[in-house]
Design a binder for this molecule. Structure first.
Ligand code: PEP
Length: 252
């Protein structure tokens, strides 16, 4: 059965010295056999150094985004092969901040997903609805559209090397969390869609929940049947809260 994954998205936070002390404290606090796999996504410029600090640990390195193109005249962009070269294993694609603040369309997200997998890296495909979409009853419609946009170009086999993250936009960085019922409802919907396409192997796909996950709410959210870990922003910037998130007990 799949092991949960807890991923820390540092967004545009940190300095070299803050990262070093965060990681040292985090590694000190981790139990020998954490209940979940762990991953951190620092800003691009800190990937290499963070990767070196994580060498010989069980904490994986992830990037927050990737260029859809493999190489060339794309000023300011970072390719999948560069991410592989500095030790990344995962890449976030379609984070709502990329979609909303930088205008990333479903089609671009799909190309980034492909660019990630082309390097053997694992995309963490983020999907989720805005408050307005939820309140107008369109949550599953939006999530389905975001999933289909990727799977229609990647093909279903791509699910064998992918993680999905359900992140309701209204819960990201707001302190508002989806209730366990709200989270499970959308996770179950995603699982069902994946099963229709991918058969029973869809049970193995990790579907993370993201949106103001904290040590206080992690157990109740992770207890949901179809929640297989978390994508965490704010709480991943403090070693004590992040370490607690990997140590939650899964009770079903
Ligand atoms: C995120 O960045 O994906 C996220 C869920 O942030 P936060 O935990 O701060 O809501």
């Amino acid at each position: 059965m799949r092991k949960p994954l807890v991923a820390g998205n540092w967004k545009m936070h940190g300095t070299r010295s803050e990262n070093a002390s965060l990681l040292t404290q985090l590694l000190d606090r981790l139990p020998e056999a954490p209940a979940a796999d762990l991953m951190v996504c620092p800003p691009f410029v800190y990937l290499w150094e963070t990767g070196r600090m994580l060498k010989d640990t069980d904490v994986a390195l992830g990037a927050q985004s990737v260029c859809a193109e493999p190489l060339g005249a794309f000023t300011g962009e970072i390719s999948g092969s560069m991410l592989l070269d500095v030790g990344c294993r995962y890449v976030l694609v379609g984070h709502s901040e990329r979609r909303q603040l930088y205008g990333e369309s479903d089609a671009l997200v799909a190309r980034k997903f492909l660019a990630t997998q082309a390097q053997g890296l694992t995309p963490v495909l983020c999907v989720g609805e805005t408050l307005e979409e939820r309140e107008s009853g369109r949550t599953t419609q939006v999530v389905e559209r975001q999933l289909e946009a990727v799977l229609s170009v990647s093909g279903v086999a791509a699910l064998g090397n992918a993680v999905i993250a359900y992140e309701p936009v209204w819960a990201i960085g707001t302190g508002k969390t989806a209730s366990p019922e709200q989270a499970q409802e959308v996770h179950a919907f995603i699982r069902e869609r994946l099963k229709n396409l991918y058969g029973s192997a869809a049970e193995e796909i990790r579907i993370l929940y993201g949106g103001s996950v904290t040590p206080e709410n992690v157990e109740i959210l992770m207890a949901c049947k179809d929640v297989n870990g978390g994508l965490v922003g704010g709480a991943s910037l403090k070693s004590d809260s992040f370490a607690k998130l990997v140590c939650y007990k899964k009770e079903k």
